[in-house]
Design a binder for this molecule. Structure first.
Ligand SMILES: Nc1ncnc2c1ncn2[C@@H]1O[C@H](COP(=O)(O)OP(=O)(O)O)[C@@H](O)[C@H]1O
Ligand SMILES: [Mg+2]
Length: 403
């Protein structure tokens, strides 16, 4: 019998339980490296994990030299053949470890296209994909030229999630230069781009050996930026199968992923459909399962669990064939809101299409599923009002975006 492969999962935050379970079901030896500060609170599926290692962390951030030393030490006795980052923050660490331990998978150069918003923008633009006009705030002349040429407002945003300030809307040159002073040496870690009013959409995909095998298009209700800055209720729902919007999103997605070079895994890629022209712009991508329960929504609509599929194809690792299981084409809609009540009681919400409720303190989360796109849209519209009346609470903007 073949020796089982050994897979090391990295999770600075608690996530990816389904991934770990499925990797175990696929026969892998599963190792997990996670943050020490999660040791007591995290509910890892221990029956599916052979060994857990804890990294000392500062607010879930790890020291990269320490990680390298720790994993190299583990590698003295474990033959690590796969390294998989479960959270977006772990992508660079995984790439660095792969390069150091010579483990196959995406290296640092490719990974950068999935983490650095400036790198992904430049690459997509070079490949002829429409993107909001942008500039890296590296060179003063280039920034000035952008401010002259591109009409306000603009967004100043961190190139990766580690920025000291979140996304800011900027209305004048003076405002930009004042932020530039505030940022000081941090400035080069930001990019500036045109604000394109529109609907924010996402396509969640499965890729194996650079081939796009599955893609599911969805559209957020209010733009995520408005929800995080102004508060409100987060919703997203499947785009209608066979619609013109679905077609243009899937086409754009099928151009973006090869341009950025995703080898194997899952991706969550976002687009803007401009209100004035209807044109589709590439917004950003990530080589991971979409956050905020997007994976649950994809599962409700299609029956495909992105975490499980990701585990299967990581274990297959390009050596064995992988194909996406048969799936259904139903529509699904997700609603998430902060709640005033610690454990909000939603038991009187009893539509037959309601297939899941979030169990989380001070949150209400509902997932609807129906063959009918119209029905899902109607349910989301109704429940947005009901949740607003009965439960909704607003909170100041979070430091960490909701993906
Ligand atoms: N160029 C843009 N034009 C209009 N809205 C944007 C633009 N860039 C970002 N946004 C808004 O900000 C949100 C977050 O931006 P994004 O680049 O996706 O970063 P992240 O999701 O990592 O915070 C988007 O979902 C969208 O609502
Ligand atoms: Mg985003």
């Amino acid at each position: 019998m073949q020796e089982p492969i050994t897979l090391l999962a990295l999770a600075s935050y608690e996530k990816g339980h389904d991934f770990l379970r499925e990797a175990k079901r696929q026969g892998a030896r599963v190792l997990l490296l996670t943050s020490h500060s999660l040791q007591h609170e995290a509910q890892w599926p221990r029956e599916s994990i052979d060994e857990i290692f804890y990294m000392p962390d500062h607010n879930k951030q790890w020291d990269s030299a320490q990680v390298l030393a720790a994993v190299s030490y583990v590698a003295r006795r474990e033959h690590i053949q796969r390294i998989v980052p479960l959270d977006d923050f772990d992508l660079e660490t995984a790439a660095k470890l792969r390069e150091h331990l010579r483990v196959p998978g995406m290296g640092e150069t490719t990974t950068r296209y999935f983490r650095d918003k400036l790198a992904m923008r430049m690459r997509a633009h070079e490949a002829g994909i429409a993107v909001p006009d942008f500039v890296g705030v590296l060179n003063d002349n280039a920034a000035n030229d952008f401010l002259e040429r591109v009409p306000a407002p603009w967004l100043l945003k961190p190139r990766s999630m580690a920025g000291a300030i979140g996304i800011r809307k900027i209305h004048s040159k003076e405002e930009f230069w004042s932020w530039s002073d505030t940022l000081g040496d941090e400035r080069s870690h930001y990019l500036l781009e045109q604000f394109v009013p529109g609907d924010i959409c996402h396509v969640d995909s499965i890729v194996y050996e650079n081939e796009l095998l599955f893609a599911c298009a969805s559209a957020y209700g209010r733009p995520p930026l408005e929800v995080s800055h102004e508060g409100g209720i987060f919703t997203t729902r499947s785009v209608e199968y066979g619609s013109a919007l679905e077609q243009v999103l899937l086409e754009a997605n099928a151009r973006v992923l090869p341009a950025l070079g995703l080898l194997r895994g899952v991706s969550h890629t976002e687009f803007i459909r401009a209100h004035d022209t209807g044109r589709i712009y590439f917004l950003e991508t990530a080589a991971r399962v979409g956050g905020a329960h997007v994976a649950d929504m994809v599962a409700a609509g299609t029956g495909i669990n992105l975490w499980e599929e990701w585990a299967k194809l990581e274990v297959a690792g390009g050596k064995a064939p992988y194909s996406v299981p048969q799936h259904r084409m139903e529509h699904a809609g997700l609603l998430v809101s902060l709640a005033r009540q610690e454990w909000p009681d939603t038991s009187h919400f009893n539509e037959p299409e309601l297939v899941w409720r979030m169990q989380k303190r001070y949150h209400v989360g509902l997932l609807f599923q129906s063959p009918s796109h119209e029905r899902v849209s109607q349910l989301l519209a109704d429940y947005t009002l009901r949740v607003r009346d009965e439960f909704h609470a607003s909170a100041p903007p979070k430091d960490r975006p909701t993906d």
